[in-house]
Design a protein around this ligand. Structure first.
Ligand code: ATP
Ligand code: MG
Length: 357
């Protein structure tokens, strides 16, 4: 029996609702595989805890998580706690301390889901965005001078390191090679951002020397977002900095079925530290507690976790089970036009996953 330890952080709002279903999927995977066991510990690091104790996670939170094989993360956020608190005190420390420098976001239109671009005849959306996850534009460096006067000046720095850029670009090339791609699409803006972006382009070309069969295609970010909408079929692997990747992945979610289905992985490719898998959506306070959240994003994120842990065949049957449920179409949550509850939808998905046993 192979054992994996998983730390679960359900968080706030719909986070715990969808995590519960994701864990049921893991239990089904244990049975189907037969030789696999997940030891799951749950941590209540959320906004409620922040309001009670002044901290999202305990001081030794990172140390607590370090020995786990992976982290399953729901969502954090609450109308009573400023967004930057949950991000800067929980999500970013985990991403940074564990060198989760890859944010991996599959942008795939699942069978049975209609894209908002369907009326333009667009059906073929299946690519991956690789977002830099530890530096770049989100670097907490800068300041304000002459605050409150007409002479106020605000500076926000971006930090691009050679190592930080190289490793994410190399990962993107590797992924392109694994997927048999002939090119790698690169988000840039070297015509206007004149230090960091030319550097990013340079590093892309340098790293590319080891990937002769893959041609880097540079797109200015403004043009790139337009192509996501007008011809998404041209993309296979897209790599971008922290900010550009953030924008691209939310747009990617929007063209491929919305927040209810979009998964992500925060990955430390060396597996020196645990990687973290989470739905892109937030805590969705507007629907929390109603039992109607779409569990697909979290379940698909769990599939990414299984792939990362070395079980691609288990990862695949989860996505297949999701697609079978969508194609069948009878059981769906309200965001996809149905009337089913989170649990009913997840149970149907699990039933379909089990058919691949
Ligand atoms: P947070 O502050 O935690 O980021 P938010 O309200 O800003 O929360 P999301 O939680 O991402 O942002 O929600 C945006 C919208 O998408 C909301 O109307 C929400 O109800 C909807 N939504 C998000 N996730 C889901 C889901 N899994 N199922 C159904 N609807 C969802
Ligand atoms: Mg939000």
């Amino acid at each position: 029996m192979v054992k994996h330890t998983i730390a679960s952080i359900p968080g706030d709002g719909i986070g715990p609702e969808v995590i519960e279903e994701a864990i049921k999927v893991l239990r089904a995977v244990e049975e189907i595989h037969g030789n696999l066991q997940f030891e799951i510990d749950s941590y209540d690091w959320n906004c409620k805890r922040y309001l009670e104790t002044g901290r999202m996670m305990p001081e030794d939170g990172i140390k607590t998580l370090a020995p786990y094989d992976a982290i399953l993360f729901g969502a954090v956020g609450s109308p009573e706690v400023p967004d930057h608190i949950s991000v800067w005190e929980l999500i970013l420390p985990i991403r940074r301390e564990f060198q989760q420098y890859i944010n991996l976001r599959p942008i795939k239109l699942l069978k049975g889901i209609e894209s908002p671009l369907a009326n333009k005849g667009i059906e073929d959306i299946d690519f991956v965005v690789v977002r830099e996850n530890t530096e770049g534009e989100y670097s907490n460096s800068g300041g304000r001078l002459h605050v409150g006067t007409p002479y106020e000046v605000v500076v926000q720095n971006s930090v691009f390191t050679k190592m930080g850029s190289e490793r994410v670009i190399k990962y993107a090339y590797e992924l392109a090679r694994k997927r048999g791609s002939k090119h790698l699409s690169v988000a840039t803006k070297s015509n206007a951002i004149n230090f960091s972006m030319p550097f990013w382009d340079e590093v892309t070309k340098e790293v590319g020397v080891d990937y002769k069969e893959i041609e880097p295609k540079f797109y200015h970010i403004d043009a790139l977002v337009a192509f996501f909408v007008s011809k998404p079929e041209i993309f296979d692997v897209v790599v971008g900095s922290n900010l550009f990747g953030d924008i691209l992945t939310d747009l990617g979610a929007a063209i491929s079925g919305g927040l209810g289905t979009a998964p992500s992985g925060n990955i430390n490719p060396e597996k020196k530290y645990p990687s973290m898998f989470e739905a892109i959506h937030g805590s969705a306070p507007d629907i929390a507690g109603k039992g109607i959240a779409n569990p697909i994003a979290q379940i698909w994120s769990t599939s990414l976790m299984l792939e990362h842990l070395g079980y691609p065949e288990m990862a695949k049957i989860i996505v297949d089970g999701i697609e079978d449920t969508l194609v069948d179409g009878k059981v769906r949550t309200p965001d996809l036009g149905g009337t089913a509850s989170t649990t009913e939808f997840a149970d149907k998905i699990i039933e379909n996953i089990r058919k691949y046993a």
